[in-house]
Ligand binder design. Structure first.
Ligand SMILES: [Fe+2]
Length: 360
């Protein structure tokens, strides 16, 4: 049987994995001969696996039925508030682009007040955090650029900062840290960043330098140290498995730890070629089961609880196609709340075979 390499970004449900897949720290995450599902692809993204081997296409298993039309997000996209959000988002994106280009090409100073007021214009379009999260989900495209990703991370960091009761000053700093965390990527050659195939080891080491390059660009600027540290440390992980310096928990700037969570959440929830954005409950489940070693426990718990709380009273569809309303959150099992389906209450923490498949 022929074996070919595929990028995780191009993987689709039904493909069959042709080799065991390990994390960088040699932990087996997907075994050979596994049939890919949407959940498994999300897991690969969670572990930053960029590519892997599959059996060639004629062996695609066609039984996957995880394609769905997401009426929840379709309705939001039609609303007037989404139209206004979209305009504010595009304007801020253009401003962000020219500020960053100025900073890189003309060595201009970083006007953090201007950057923050630009981001605030988007936030003001939304009355609640849930609205902001939902709007963000609707903005997703397959070809998210560094600028779009940075803006999303800044918005997610702003919400997290509020959940953590940050002071107005800290809230501004964490939002700017999110905006500028991937600054160094602008200096990486486009043919590497946008390469539609597997990166060689050499190319991947070039990509990794974006942390150091971003830090160097910011190091001489008169801005909060935490913004600089975030550019340098947002790929570090609490268990020491990150880069560039393999730091462990207490050595990593707390703001960089927050950005790490927003960064991965944004990467996992982005749209894929074969379906719309991912259901947030799948992401919550992954962080819950596998994220505690890599990410700061306090931040992860606040983040997951915050997201789950925003979805209480939302309607959802389960994997057995039953539909109902989220009525009770289980603090010890956040991705498995109690669902009211008609006059029946289903406690997902007690029905391990069931899970939330989509928001409806
Ligand atoms: Fe990055």
């Amino acid at each position: 049987m022929n074996i070919i390499k595929t990028l995780t970004s191009q993987a689709i449900p039904g493909m069959i994995v042709a080799e065991d897949i390990y994390t960088k720290d040699h932990y087996l995450i997907i075994a050979k001969d596994t049939v890919l599902t949407d959940k498994i692809i999300t897991r690969l993204k969670f572990y930053s696996i960029t590519d892997f081997y599959i059996y060639c296409e004629d062996n695609l298993v066609k039984e996957e039925t995880e394609y769905f039309e997401n009426t929840f997000y379709t309705e939001i996209k039609k609303s007037e508030s989404f139209r206004r959000f979209h305009i504010a988002y595009q304007n801020t994106l253009n401003d962000l682009k020219s500020s960053i280009e100025d900073l890189i090409n003309n060595n201009n100073k970083v006007d953090t007040d201007k950057l923050f007021s630009d981001v605030s214009k988007i936030i003001y379009q939304c009355n609640t955090n849930i609205e902001l999260f939902n709007m963000l989900h609707c903005m997703r495209q397959y070809d998210d650029t560094t600028y779009i990703h940075s803006l999303n991370v800044a918005l997610i960091c702003n919400i997290m900062g509020k959940w953590l009761d940050f002071s107005p000053e800290d809230l501004e700093v964490i939002t700017i840290s999110g905006l500028l965390h991937d600054l160094g990527k602008i200096l990486i050659p486009e043919d590497i960043i946008k390469k539609p195939a597997k990166l060689t080891d050499e190319e991947f080491s070039v990509v990794k330098t974006h942390t150091l390059r971003g830090y160097r660009l910011l190091s001489e600027k008169d801005i909060d140290e935490r913004i600089k540290n975030s550019a340098l440390m947002h790929h570090e992980r609490c268990d020491g498995s990150g880069y560039p310096n393999g730091l462990i928990s207490h050595e990593i700037d707390p703001f960089a730890k927050l950005i790490a969570i927003a960064d991965v959440y944004d990467a996992m929830t982005c749209a894929r070629v074969y379906r719309g954005p991912l259901c947030p409950f799948e992401v919550i489940n992954l962080f819950e089961t596998e994220g505690y070693l890599k990410y700061d426990t306090k931040y992860i718990l606040t983040f997951l609880e915050g997201i789950v709380q925003t979805y209480i009273h939302n309607n959802v569809r389960l994997n057995n196609k039953m539909e109902g309303e989220i009525v009770l959150i289980n603090k010890f099992d956040l991705s498995r709340p109690v669902i009211m389906c008609g006059d029946q209450f289903i406690d997902l923490s007690k029905h391990r075979d069931l899970y939330i498949e989509a928001l409806i």
